[in-house]
Design a protein around this ligand. Structure first.
Ligand SMILES: [Zn+2]
Length: 226
């Protein structure tokens, strides 16, 4: 539920979203998350999750702030985690220990292990909690994670080089694909970029050329393609 939203809240949450996007393509299967700590109208620390198994955004920001975190407001793009069956400790415990007084959240974590429970823990500890700030932007940022966690199925992206009349190869049954080229409409939107880069390290580096044969096999420099 959204309540007590101010323009300032939106500004700081936008900053947290920018931080989260810095790790685009490297956090899978975890979501991209950014965090900003604000005290007396100033940002005192920032953080973002870089890779699964490494510290979460909130933990990085809190560690950077040290004792100054007490009494501050945490802006975080995803509900802080509260479950223990993972490689990093729950962020809710760290937030409570650091004596942060308010937590502003963009979106509730769709992961059933967290979903609403993180907020409840914070509230029980007496921390003011607000959620839903720029919720749509946070959901767009993590659409791959949301699909994975709610549907238990991969987010599939199909990129096809195709002519306007629906052909995808020439008379020799081959087509040269150059990922570096932008389409005639210019740069891709942030959401399109997110899809293109969501798992690029698993499926081959973007910005390289590859030859796709009509029978579905790859040939050429993209040897890391399956
Ligand atoms: Zn966490």
């Amino acid at each position: 539920m959204v309540s007590f939203i101010t323009v300032t809240d939106t500004v700081y949450m936008k900053r947290a979203l920018v931080l989260a996007r810095r790790a685009q393509g490297t956090t899978s299967p975890n979501p991209m998350v950014g965090a900003v700590l604000v005290k007396q109208g100033r940002i005192i620390a920032e953080g973002y999750h870089k890779k699964a198994g490494t510290p979460h955004a909130e933990a990085i920001a809190i560690d950077a702030a040290g004792s100054r975190a007490a009494g501050s407001t945490l802006y975080v793009t995803l509900e802080p985690c509260c479950h223990k069956d993972k490689r990093t400790p729950p962020c809710t415990e760290k937030i409570i220990r650091s004596k942060i007084s308010k937590v502003v959240i963009a979106m509730i974590d769709p992961n059933p292990k967290v979903s609403g429970k993180g907020v409840e823990e914070l509230k029980k500890a007496g921390i003011t909690t607000v959620s839903g700030i720029l919720d749509k932007k946070a959901r767009d940022l993590n659409e791959v994670y949301i699909k994975h966690i709610t549907k238990k199925s991969p987010f599939v992206v199909l990129k096809v080089a195709m002519t306007l009349d629906g052909k995808n190869c020439n008379s020799t049954r081959r087509v040269q694909v150059d990922h570096r080229r932008k389409g005639p409409q210019g740069s891709a939107s942030p959401a399109q970029q997110s899809r293109c880069h969501s798992d690029r390290y698993r499926h081959g580096k973007s910005g390289r050329s590859a030859t796709y044969l009509q029978d579905g096999k790859w040939k050429g420099p993209d040897t890391d393609h399956p």
